[in-house]
Design a binder for this molecule. Sequence first.
Ligand SMILES: C[S@@+](CC[C@H](N)C(=O)[O-])C[C@H]1O[C@@H](n2cnc3c(N)ncnc32)[C@H](O)[C@@H]1O
Length: 247
Amino acid sequence: MSTPSRPNYGLDAPGVVRNLTVIGAVLVLLGMLSGTVAADGPLGWLRHLQISFWAPGLALLLTAVVMIWGSRVGKVRFRERILDGIAWRGDEQVLDVGCGHGLMLLGAAKRLKTGNAIGIDLWQKEDQAGNSPEATMANARVEGVADRVELKDGDARKLPFADRSFDVILSSWALHNIYEREGRAIAVREIARVLKPGGRAALADIRHADEYAEVLRAAGLEVRRAGPSFLFVIPTYTVWASKPAGA
Ligand SMILES: C[S@@+](CC[C@H](N)C(=O)[O-])C[C@H]1O[C@@H](n2cnc3c(N)ncnc32)[C@H](O)[C@@H]1O
């Protein structure tokens, strides 16, 4: 098998993209069919419904296109903006929570010299198409950072790391996949626990940013919210947090 020349950071929410595409295509097809009905025939009244098929059909197809663009192009640009917001020394210990194909993980690893980047995930294929540690490691090899990347199977709600282990913690579009509020709060408290004093965290997500910010503040971190960014149609906000030195 030949080695790909570019990383594949995975199609997010593949089921949603598929449903938008199928329903959108069916509605556009119905719009086309109703437009071809003879004006004076018994089904001529259907012509008046054309716009009611076309408009939502095109809107759904456009949403699917934006989501595919977000997964293939937009999120890589977004990642670079987030990582540019961190003053890298090169020796950091980095954690990516819900790393999937390694978007944040590998981008961070490229900025390290002596540091290491660890990605933890449950590898759920409904959250990202083709999700697996093998796919992420293949991306790490393409990016030339496999020597400073480690992958772990695990749940954000029970991070298998000691307190104060990481200088930088990143998470992109992962925590909203924990459906219960208390489960998300536990995951965010875990992130606060394993962050070193003086460390920084950036949590980007399409939902629950205020919730993450509240939990981080309650854990004693300094917090600010950035965004929105519309690369997946629904606005993404990033919660930036710093753990005060000595905390
Ligand atoms: C939409 S994907 C995003 C992946 C990657 N962060 C990115 O930006 O491309 C969400 C990821 O979160 C992972 N995930 C969902 N719930 C998780 C949990 N409780 N603990 C760890 N990972 C989780 C999924 O397996 C999936 O890889």
